[in-house]
Design a protein around this ligand. Structure first.
Ligand code: NAP
Length: 405
């Protein structure tokens, strides 16, 4: 048993001790190498930021190939029990078998811990090869709703008996659906919209972000995406009126000048949002999106900084979170000490942000910027910069060195 204490969750608050037990799973492929570096860099950042008064008590859980080998299951009962108990996990990438029947481990963990928000920060690091002219203005955090929308999987094949029944039912409502059409349902609920809005607004306020933009297609899907927009504005007015100013209020009450210390709330129609983030990324900060829009815009924004290998992402709920790199297991690089650990370190940095250890998170950002400036990078970036590459471990040591100076 680890020596640390448990993080307690009550009334939407996370009470974090100075020595929290933090679960980690090394993952498959390049997972073990990049996870080892992520733990070392996190430890160095925590130690430097708090002078030894805080410490992460890492506890390993088995998941993926290693778990199958030992227990015959990718997510054994022992791992599930620890997840139920400690509720936070830093997770290396896991192999998803193609075409096999079992549900992805990510989805299982997400459902177990009710992780309803998928969060992906996208910030340019000078030195990366971005397709944009002014990539330094890209600094966004996307909050994607994770449990609602068409991802609920309610759909029927065009020639199934169920599709036939739905067609009949709709006929009774005066609506004809073509006999050769597959049918899907898109539920979008008030409670699910409200909780992710609350999380995004709270994040924006706590982290002193400038704005939150609701991305929706409410002009076409009025009672789903349109309602998402309305409910989000309602939460802001009801619960965050002291800290949030809407775009309408900005011109009506503030003469277009944003009052200091407040967060601007606005909304954009989804198709417009895609061109906005490419043409004027400096105008966008936190993006709040329903499930499908969020899926698309997360990757599109990721591409703006030139390398999704350096991105981390989080799945977070009111009582837990799972933090991981945006990339997969990159099997061809496994065991060769060449993989880039930045995505995994970013995941650990996100975890630090969510437990409120922001000073440690900031040290990691500083180390990344310095490494890029000094061209201390792994092969994936070195080949673009035309410089000698560092191995995974050596790159990690360089980061620990910058942090500990
Ligand atoms: P991938 O593992 O992300 O790798 C695709 C390519 O991206 C690699 O060949 C490599 O490109 C580059 N790359 C990714 N991560 C890198 C890193 N850390 N350092 C250097 N280069 C990196 O995607 P995939 O090949 O489609 O998927 C492999 C397995 O991962 C699959 O089983 C998939 O299901 C799983 N996966 C898991 C997760 C997760 O656990 N969250 C997410 C995505 C995929 P170059 O060849 O150009 O060098």
């Amino acid at each position: 048993m680890a020596d640390g204490e448990k993080i307690a969750f009550a009334d939407g608050r996370w009470n974090v001790p100075d020595n929290p037990v933090m679960l980690y799973a090394k993952g498959d492929g390049i997972g073990p190498e990049i996870t080892a570096v992520a733990l070392a860099v996190t430890d160095a950042a925590v130690n430097k930021a708090y002078g030894g008064s805080r410490r992460m008590e890492w506890k390993e859980v088995l998941a993926g190939d290693a778990a199958v080998e030992k227990y015959g299951s990718g997510l054994p009962d022992e791992t599930k029990a620890l997840l139920e108990e400690y509720r936070l996990l830093l997770k290396g990438p896991l192999t998803t078998p193609v075409g096999s029947g079992f549900r992805s481990l990510n989805v299982t963990i997400r459902m177990m811990l009710d992780l309803y928000a998928n969060i992906r920060p996208v910030k340019y690091i000078p030195g990366l090869e971005s397709p944009l002219k002014k990539p330094e203005s890209v600094d966004m955090v996307i909050f994607r709703e994770n449990t609602d929308d068409i991802y609920t999987g309610i759909e029927w094949k065009y020639d199934s008996p169920e599709a036939g029944k739905v067609r009949e039912f709709m006929k009774g409502m005066g609506i004809n659906i073509d006999a050769d059409a597959g049918i899907g349902l898109k539920p979008m609920g008030r409670a699910k919209t409200e909780r992710i809005t609350r999380m995004a607004l709270k994040y924006a306020i706590d982290n002193k972000r400038r704005s939150v933009t609701i991305m929706h297609k409410g002009n076409i899907m009025k009672y789903t995406e349109g309602a998402f927009r309305e409910w989000a504005y309602e939460v802001a007015a009801r619960e965050f009126a002291d800290s949030v100013v809407t775009e309408a209020d900005l011109s009506a009450k503030y003469n277009g000048v944003m009052p200091a210390g407040k967060v601007l709330l606005n909304d954009r129609i989804a198709d417009n949002m895609f061109q906005q983030v490419i043409a004027k990324p400096e105008l966008y900060d936190v993006v709040l999106a329903p499930n499908l829009n969020g899926d698309y815009i997360s990757d599109a924004c990721g591409a703006l900084i030139g390398d999704i290998g350096v991105l981390g992402s989080a799945n977070v709920g009111d009582t837990g979170g799972m933090f991981e790199a945006a990339h997969g297991t990159a099997p061809k690089y496994a065991g060769k000490n060449v993989a880039n650990p930045m995505g995994m370190i970013k995941a650990a940095e996100l975890m630090l942000t969510f437990i409120g250890w922001k000073e440690a998170a900031a040290l990691i950002d500083m180390a990344f910027e310095r490494a890029m400036k000094e061209k201390k990078v792994t092969q994936d970036i070195a080949r673009l910069m035309g410089v000698q590459a560092l191995g995974t471990k050596e790159f990690g040591n360089a980061l620990v060195g910058y942090i500990s100076e």
